[in-house]
Ligand binder design. Sequence first.
Ligand code: NAD
Length: 290
Amino acid sequence: MTDDDFAPAAVSHENVMTVADDRFAPGNVAIVTGAASGIGRATAVALAANGLTVLATDLDEDGLADAVERADEIGVDGSVETHEADLTNDDDIEGIVDAAAELGDVRFVANIAGLQHIDPIDEFPVEKFDLMHQVMLRAPFLLAKHAMPHIRESGSEAAGTSGTGAIGNMASIHGHTATEDKAAYISAKFGLRGLTQAIAAEGDGTLRAFSVSTGYVKTPLVTEQIPDTAAERGISEQEVVEDVMLGDAKVKEMMEPVEVANLFVLGFSEHARHLDGGDLTWDGGHLYTY
Ligand code: NAD
């Protein structure tokens, strides 16, 4: 097994889903967290390819620059604007929404930033637990808190577009089921699905919320946990991928980041008008077969 086995496909016009939607226009802004890497970066580029202005945010400035570079390389109808921020800092979180509002009508938020730590509960560092819950649950709550008033004020009554928008939250199959050594991740993702439903409950059907749950996607978050999982379980790295990660799935392939990005495109589009509080479970058969 080499690193090439995990190399993701570059985002291109061929693999990005494009949707005809009047709200996918440069005057409308989508905030994307975790946009410096993996799923977040692909989502930032895919939404810009659909014509939106994207406020791409992350801790990692260089990674954000890569997102802009990719958007420029493929030539998007919208744009990717970058904003460095730390999702553990409340002022930074408010600053993300303020910066997005400077760019246009804030309509969409994709909460994608995340991190993983592998340890059994009795050895799990409590500061790691807190950090993971801050980034993957508290920050999405705060971003929703600051962004929802903007979404409600967006659009025009005459065009029938007032107050329409959506918040999409990146959950996981581990927001549905549990495995060993991931207590912080699993509890944050279950919580994030609950938050999604809470946003939908307050969104009046025009401001929608949805979550996205996938199995394993070709990103650094996954490839970097393979050695730890192997050590933890006393098995080879190959066995981690084939038996642990994809063992319970029917589709024996990791997903591409752009395939996940396309779920955010779908979820934000008017084709998903009835997706409200629900989960896009793209799990390759992991959860519903045995
Ligand atoms: P990734 O490691 O490639 O990207 C995560 C990004 O989050 C990084 O750019 C990182 O800098 C950013 N981030 C972390 N802490 C931050 C903070 N405090 N402030 C701002 N940004 C911060 O990971 P990925 O695989 O693309 O994961 C993205 C999301 O998808 C995560 O929420 C993850 O749980 C979820 N997910 C991933 C997979 C998978 O298999 N890769 C599967 C299901 C769900």
